[in-house]
Design a protein around this ligand. Structure first.
Ligand code: GLN
Length: 483
């Protein structure tokens, strides 16, 4: 049996039926990571010992006929900005090179309770700032589909691990597109659920008002199942949504879905923006698939979307500058040896080990919160954010779902973003407005251009993950059947 070819749902079933053991599954995946045939560099830290020991315990459970969790036997990668007890959590930064958290993030506890096997910690852009994983102190992650190209970011390692057979599922974080963009670049399904539906307790914040944990899978069913497990109210997270348990309560992944009567809108603004011609073509074909599945599709105006990027970069850097103040050389991570007083201790610890992008954002964000600039930029952006949110609210009065390409560009060559010739800020323009409004969105593979993957983004109304997943299932089926 080719273990690497099995879906997450199949692995669990075969484990329950005693056709394979958790140890076989885990060792198969660990071998792939250790060989790392294409030098993907998808992991910063591997937890071989932890994974093997979890697998053995699980096999005991199977042997003793105990009830198995929903993630039983599934090898999972975790973005390295999520706290894991006793296992290094670096955030892709030199600053946290040796930091070992004394506690587990709530979502890690959930994965363990559900018998998932955590393989290790996935590479990411430093503190989740970036779109290519090139700002990681631990080196770039390669795209398993085209190894000279980036895997996307900031959750590039999480995406590459699932696409490159080094995990069956993985967890990422998405502040402006960091799950959906790498998922699209690696031909995967990526889901960023509604703000507050997966606990962020123990997740290192970048821009809290937009940060959201999301999931990666090789198909919609796997990703939706994983999402269902992780969406859970958590009293330790003040932004956690109380009724999370109700969102996917009636989800039936085996139901035949069509889109009859579903109203889908395409924001005209999205169509006007610069976008790769091949991606546009795949998107138009995707629209035809949705139509043939029964959806009713119209264009609509959402005039404030245009300001999404500017608004995001003001708010996210302002929040990041404040969040990163906790890395002061005293409480966590690196402490300089070169200081005479407290100010120097702070300054030198940070200067010595923060990378360029982190410094750029801290500097810019601090400026935006200082003196008169605060009113001019920060407060103004909060107002613009409200207008963008209202654009979506109007849209969802008329439409069930909205669609766009996930990214305006195909996976690009390693190096062109970090040397400044490619603007990383442009690549998230379709995904950013979703975070500003706190909405759920999914990316589903929508065909290739010159061998490189593209994705269609489906956006839902608050807490309507159900419609999102149904549409994604239908679309994925439509593509497979060549509708
Ligand atoms: N690429 C975006 C940025 O650099 C998004 C990052 C993210 O979602 N964490 O800000």
């Amino acid at each position: 049996m080719e273990i690497l070819k099995l879906t997450a749902l199949e692995i669990r079933e075969k484990l329950i039926n005693k056709e394979i053991t958790a140890l076989e599954i885990t060792e198969t995946y660990l071998d792939e990571i250790k060989k790392d045939k294409n030098s993907l560099n998808a992991y910063i830290t591997l937890d071989e010992e932890g994974a093997i020991s979890s697998a053995k315990k699980l096999d005991e459970k199977v042997k003793n006929g105990k009830k198995l969790g929903k993630l039983a036997g599934l090898p999972i990668g975790i973005k390295d900005n999520i706290s894991t007890k006793g296992l290094k959590t670096t955030c892709g930064s030199e600053f946290l090179k040796d930091y070992i958290p004394p506690f587990n993030a709530s979502l890690i506890k959930t994965i363990k309770e559900e018998d998932g096997i955590i393989l290790g910690k996935n590479n990411l852009d430093e503190f989740a700032m970036g779109s290519s994983t090139e700002s990681s102190y631990y080196g770039v992650t390669r795209n398993p589909l085209a190894i000279d190209k980036v895997a996307g970011g900031s959750s590039g390692g999480s995406a590459a691990s699932v696409a490159g057979n080094q995990a069956i599922l993985s967890v990422g974080t998405d502040t402006g597109g960091s799950v959906r963009q790498p998922a699209s670049f690696c031909n995967l399904v990526g889901i960023k659920p509604t703000y507050g539906t997966i606990s962020k307790f123990g997740v290192v914040p970048m821009a809290n008002s937009m940060d959201q944990v999301g999931v990666f899978g090789r198909n919609v069913k796997d990703a939706a199942m994983f999402l269902d497990v992780l969406m859970k109210y958590d009293k330790n997270d003040s932004t956690s949504y109380m009724d999370t348990g109700k969102i996917l309560r009636n989800l039936d992944l085996n139901e035949e879905v069509d889109l009859k009567g579903v109203k889908i809108g395409i924001p005209r603004e999205f169509l006007k923006w610069e976008c790769d011609e091949g991606i546009k073509l795949r998107f138009r074909e995707g629209i035809e698939i949705l139509k043939s599945l029964g959806a009713e599709i119209h264009e609509l105006d959402m005039p404030y979307l245009e300001y999404g990027n500017a608004c995001y970069h003001v708010l996210s850097t302002a929040e990041a500058s404040s969040n990163l103040a906790r890395f002061d050389g005293i409480r966590y991570g690196h402490r300089t040896e070169n200081y005479e007083d407290l100010d120097e201790l702070y300054t030198n610890s940070r200067t010595e080990t923060f990378g360029f992008e982190a410094k750029r954002r801290i500097t810019f964000g601090t400026y935006l919160l200082t003196g008169e600039e605060r009113e001019k930029y920060y407060i103004k952006s909060l107002k613009v954010r409200r207008l963008i949110k209202e654009d979506f609210e109007r849209a969802f009065k008329e439409y069930d779902l909205l669609v766009s390409p996930t990214t305006p560009n195909l996976p690009y060559d390693i190096g062109i973003e970090s040397n400044g010739t490619k603007s990383m800020y442009d690549g998230d323009k379709f995904t950013i407005p979703v975070n500003l409004a706190g909405l759920p969105a999914i990316t589903v593979p929508s065909g290739k251009v010159d061998g490189l993957p593209t994705g269609i983004q489906i956006i839902g109304n608050m807490y309507d993950e159900m419609s999102l997943i149904k549409a994604a299932l239908a679309f994925e089926g439509g593509i497979k059947n060549g509708i």
